[in-house]
Write a protein that binds this ligand. Structure first.
Ligand SMILES: O=C(O)CCC(=O)C(=O)O
Length: 273
């Protein structure tokens, strides 16, 4: 899974890159099964509100889990997979830290999209091209079920953001939607988009659910010591590559690097009853 020079050039110029088939059928089935487990066990939370940013919506559902790695060793292992590190290093540079992971799940019919925003309106790194999301299509992502839309060539301009009344914490902006591109992906495909790229998803107008699993990666030179502080309430931010990377030992207390294949095999094995 080596990204070509043309793909790197597209990411750096246009701010995004879609890579169909990044995860194979077995890996994708493992992710589908594990996200179904998290949903079944009630870990996902509906963040949709009734227009005021506070009152829980009775009609719309935007299920999220952030961070997800606390609840899934498979999701924890994925960013350490060699092909992920290879791709992200080619896109960003040599010293990569995992910033965040989260699940977005849109049930059939009631599933609500996520409004336009730039991730850097939350994250505020100095150079928005030195951080990227990797959004994984857990199910086939189509126009009808509200797949991801991006505005290319817009990453360098920070847009004003305001609170999104349809969510209990999101913010939103108003990019030039006439320039937006809609990215349809089969399950297992990914889209990388840098922290400056405006993006959104639509409502799910089909009968079946659709999920995305998003990781955010950034270069260590976009961080400071406070970013990693153990006093901060939140998820560990493992250094994935570079001189201070320990394969997860420092952040999780266990070596996570090298466990992706075994995690996928475990998820694919028939469950004992
Ligand atoms: O999947 C979604 O609904 C939104 C994804 C997103 O906004 C993100 O990954 O930053």
């Amino acid at each position: 899974m080596k990204l070509s020079s043309a793909q790197i050039e597209q990411f750096r110029r246009r701010g995004y890159l879609a890579v169909p088939g990044f995860f194979d059928a077995r890996e994708t089935a493992a992710l589908q099964a594990d996200i179904a487990r998290l949903k079944r066990n009630g870990f996902l939370r509906n963040v949709a509100t009734a227009g005021d940013g506070k009152t829980p919506s009775r009609e719309k559902v935007n299920l999220q889990l952030c961070p997800a790695n606390f609840y899934s060793t498979l999701i924890r292992a994925l960013p350490f997979a060699p092909k992920v590190l290879e791709a992200v290093t080619r896109l960003l540079g040599p010293e990569i830290t995992l910033h965040l992971d989260q699940i977005f799940l849109k049930p059939g019919r009631s599933g609500m999209g996520t409004a336009w925003h730039q991730d850097n309106a939350y994250f505020k790194i100095p150079q928005p091209l030195r951080g990227t999301a990797m959004w994984i299509a857990i199910h086939d992502a189509t126009v009808a079920n509200g797949t991801l839309r991006v505005v290319p060539d817009a990453w360098a301009t920070p847009l004003p953001h305001a609170r999104d009344g349809n969510s209990d914490h999101h913010i939103k902006c108003q990019p030039d939607e006439s320039k937006a591109e809609t990215v349809e992906l089969k399950a297992g495909g990914v889209i990388f988009f840098c922290y400056g790229t405006p993006h959104a998803t639509g409502d799910n107008q089909t009968d079946t659910e659709r999920a995305g699993l998003a990781y955010h990666f950034l270069c260590e030179d976009q961080t400071d010591e406070a970013f990693y502080s153990t006093g901060r309430i939140g998820n560990p931010r493992p250094r994935l590559t570079g001189p201070r990377a320990t394969g997860g030992l420092e952040e999780y207390g266990a070596v996570i690097a090298g466990t992706w294949d075994a995690e996928v095999a475990r998820a694919a094995a028939p469950q004992k009853s």
